[in-house]
Design a protein around this ligand. Sequence first.
Ligand SMILES: [Zn+2]
Length: 761
Amino acid sequence: MAEFMELEGQDGVRMPWNVVPGTKQEASNCVVPVSAIYTPIKTFPNMPVLPYAPLRCRNCRSVLNPFSIVDFAAKIWICPFCFQRNHFPPHYASISDENLPAELFPQYTTIEYQSPGEASSVPPVFMFVVDTNIIEEEMAFLKSALSQAIGLLPDNSLVGLITFGTLVHVHELGFSTIPKTYVFKGSKDVSKDQLLEQMNFFLIKPKPPTGVIAGARDGLSSESIARFLLPASDCEFSLNSILEELQKDPWPIPTDQRASRCTGTALSVAASLLGACVPGSGARILAFVGGPSTEGPGAIVSKNLSEPIRSHKDLDKDSAPNYHKAVKFYEGLTMQLVHQGHVLDLFACALDQVGVAELKVAVERTGGLVVLAESFGHSVFKDSLRRVFRSEDKELGLSSNGIFEINCSKDIKVQGILGPCASLEKKGPLCSDTIVGQGSTSAWKMCGLDQATSLCLVFDIVKKELPDATLQSSSNQFYFQFLTYYQHSTGEMRLRVTSLSRRWVAGPGSIQDLIAGFDQEAAAVVMARLVSFKMEIEAEFDPIRWLDKALIHICSRFGDYQKDSPSSFSLSPRLSIFPQFMFNLRRSQFVQVFNNSPDETAYFRMILNRENVANSVVMIQPSLVSYTFQSAPEPALLDVAAIAADRILLLDSYFTIVIFHGSTIAQWRKAGYHNQPEHQAFARLLQAPRDDADAIIKERFPVPRLVICDQHGSQARFLLAKLNPSATYNSEGNHPGGDIIFTDDVSFEVFLDHLQRLAVQ
Ligand SMILES: [Zn+2]
């Protein structure tokens, strides 16, 4: 695995197949598709940033890279993608094998170009859209979090404020003495023209473009824009006083009704206002939603409390009356936002569902952030929001206005991307007929992206048959190039170029090569994104059957065994953990959706779809560490047998971190032993998992939930649900840790047993 992580450390790429199956048939036998998880703007401390424009192939537009063949005498380079011969321009005249430009250094397969003189002076824009139909206590939490966030905004950023409940209020921040708002009905969608008219936008005679604000070219004067979007440094006072005055929505709520909440209309007004003011420049809508949308377009449930909010069962039976209508509305909003280049970030904090499942399309395709918590007072929300703006811990590196493009060797096509991006519908010879996610294009918009954003690119090998042996020996490399244009958090435009080469194999004898290049972690993550995607779009899709079939197929193709002899079965170390990943994926929140609400499922999948391989693996198969007096902290098997009375366990399942005290440890802690000077070793034992949990929490966005619990306590379920049920109420014999899991799920041993029997058939 180390070598794959080294490759990731150089290029931000992990591929299930690092030796690529070379023909269409071969690739389909490999089950896990030829694919890559790519982190386009991952930080590399030693990556060169070149202060000049890239050289491009005059035929296919790919960028000069270390895989290009260079003829120094003739001053020519040959493009590895289309074999075009390109002349170097005059300013490369001094090039020689001793005097290479950085982009040809073999180690600089990932490099960045910065456009000289193109540093944008457009400041970042934040439009706060705040739910006011929440109980007083939540309102107080939210106000305090918001005013803290406003204090952390970069001084030059432009800020706007919209509040909503029954109605939508657009706050004019330009007049601090007399607070002024424009009010819109929540029940009806407002078009951009209606919005502009109602807000008297055109009463001021349009001026020719003057300022730096992009909206000026749309005919809006910077004065009119400045009524609603003000530099943070100028409006901190007025914004805070508006927040202070902010009241809970005044409309009475009958006891048998839900609060009236027009989330869809509020977001639509926000999008249109940004579209009028700052089209094409990096702007984010930060939506703070404290309950289900019940009013106007995008409503997920009626106000009548006797009608429950849709569950997975309702969606399955297609009996959620508002679902499709709401999704359709948000798809429209998504198109508008993508067109304008703007991002929707969602902070959903409520005990109820708020409609994350319906809003998913808008958040995901614009590359927005999403945080789901039970309350605006919960650390998951508060600390995550602070992390968006504060850079002293791990910086998110929020960037904007991204466009992602791919070039590859001609025997490879692109099926699509699973991840936070939107198709730019650039069709061409590179596009496969099979479509996965955002497909039928070779260019994608990434309105918002950050250092963690990771795309899953799915490829198609189109070479039909084996080339003859002579050809195979001359060129058995596939090339890939990923191009990301984006606005760096400093404001300047950058182009990140990653060029990759992978050897392909075909025919008899290629199995050992394929195995040697198999990255089982990357494979598990690709399968997790694929199965989630299929569950969302394919009716009647059976995820367990699909995963089992895939796993059996892989084991029977790549395992070592004698036919019909299960006991002879073994897997190379390269594949040996893969069955365990699939076992845990089957049990994970991505597949067992009925244990969660549709909002939670949407949330888990949005995070899976934007994270890198290491983080996604933790979501699929949580990590477990054991702390005892006898030894240093060590990894423990994710099994109920790991529980012991004198042990502390630290479970990291990505969204939740659990510190679990065995019953003896819990007794000692309750007796206060750790406070006694003679029991310092115990105090240290108690503290160690806390420190390790804190270190994880500091690194992660959204901030995970921390659960501290005791064996046999009610919160222990957070740990038990993730453990392999090797001991259940069905199993016999004694259980050393004294814990059993109440489940009918099969244990990993039974699963493996079945797998081996089926694989050798
Ligand atoms: Zn070319």
